[in-house]
Write a protein that binds this ligand. Structure first.
Ligand code: FAD
Length: 311
């Protein structure tokens, strides 16, 4: 028996998926810890108006603070540190956190989200939520009749441009080389959008809000919105250590079944890390299922162990 602190279930992530997983897992009367930093959740800088039963626009920060308080009320221990390593152990898994402490657990729920690939330009991070967005599905409605620019080379950029063409005013797609199916290309040409191929954005301009972007050929495009749709990066290192199966195409997302179980017994996943659409409603739904599944799994395991001890 190790001297490490033990929890029946450890959740990696305190975004909407991790929070909901914790709420539902704790209902199964098992001990649960949730690790991570709320300010690192994708939701933190978002403004939500498309989540069931929450009317008006709420900030992500507000929602996360309420969610964390709720999580703690349900008896979940929230540890505001990232997990830096995971390993298999005799009875389950070991999770090492930033302080160097090692935690033992029977089950892990991976809810670490994804980070959007950015342009890495000056002003980009500062203007997120004030003109710069990484998610058309999330933010398109805030740009009704506004002039917007989309940038990216794949289907996410093309779909985003198509969606915005029905909502925004003038829509311009800036792409180095548009790599999409003929059908998608035809759909775009039928939309009232301008496609500038072979171009890159060099500068993002604006102080309190986005005003324009400058291209590598010096052209300045005035716009209120810039949608960067270049795909997502997952926190795959942790998953790879545990032998969790990833999607065979992009190796970015964790493959799960309908119970949010991965191919490794005792490891579940939920939220953005399981793939698009990147939406709070999906993250919460998957978190609920993952929490319940992990709770059932651990209780069964504990019952079996007790039976063995008794016999
Ligand atoms: C600007 C913006 C606007 C958005 N607007 C909307 C919207 O209007 N409507 C909507 O439905 N969705 C919106 N979204 C998407 C929504 O925020 C995400 O779909 C949702 O947050 C995904 O939840 P998640 O729990 O899977 O991941 P996240 O919310 O990203 O949370 C991931 C968590 O994992 C933690 N983590 C990461 N690595 C580790 C580690 N090694 N150890 C421990 N913890 C770790 C992070 O600290 C974080 O707490 C928006 C996103 C952005 C960026």
């Amino acid at each position: 028996m190790s001297n490490n602190k033990y929890f029946d279930i450890i959740i990696l992530g305190v975004g909407p998926a991790g929070i909901q997983a914790g709420i539902h897992a704790s209902r199964k009367k098992v001990s649960v810890a949730a690790l991570g930093k709320p300010e690192a959740s994708s939701l933190y800088r978002g403004h939500i108006e498309n989540y069931c039963c929450v009317s008006g626009v709420k900030t992500g920060e507000e929602l996360l603070n309420e969610g964390l308080a709720q999580l703690e009320n349900f008896g979940v221990e929230v540890i505001r540190e990232d997990c830096i390593a995971t390993a298999m152990s005799n009875n389950g898994f070991q999770v090492t956190i930033e302080s160097g402490a090692v935690l033992d657990t029977r089950a892990i729920i991976i809810a670490t989200g994804v980070s959007r690939k950015g342009l890495g330009l000056k002003g980009e991070k500062e203007l997120v939520g004030r003109g710069v967005s990484y998610c058309v599905d999330c933010d398109a409605n805030f740009y009704r009749d506004a002039d917007v620019v989309v940038t990216g080379d794949g289907s996410a950029a093309a779909h985003g441009t198509h969606t915005l063409s029905k909502i925004a005013g003038k829509v311009t797609l800036i792409t180095d080389k548009l790599d999409v199916s003929d059908t998608l290309r035809q759909e775009l040409s039928a939309d009232n959008v301008t496609i500038l191929e072979g171009k890159k954005i060099k500068e993002i301009n604006g102080n309190d809000a986005l005003e324009s972007v400058t291209l590598d050929d010096g052209t300045v495009i005035n716009c209120n919105g810039l949608f960067i749709e270049k795909g997502a990066k997952g926190a795959m290192e942790l998953a790879a250590f545990l032998g969790v199966q990833l999607d065979p195409e992009k190796f970015t997302y964790i493959v799960v079944d309908r119970e949010q179980a991965t191919n490794v017994p005792g490891i579940y996943a939920a939220g953005d890390i399981c793939g698009p659409p990147f939406q709070m409603a999906k993250a919460v739904g998957e978190g609920c299922v993952a929490g319940m599944s992990a709770g059932t799994y651990v209780k069964k395991l504990l019952r079996q162990e007790k039976k063995q001890d008794d016999s």
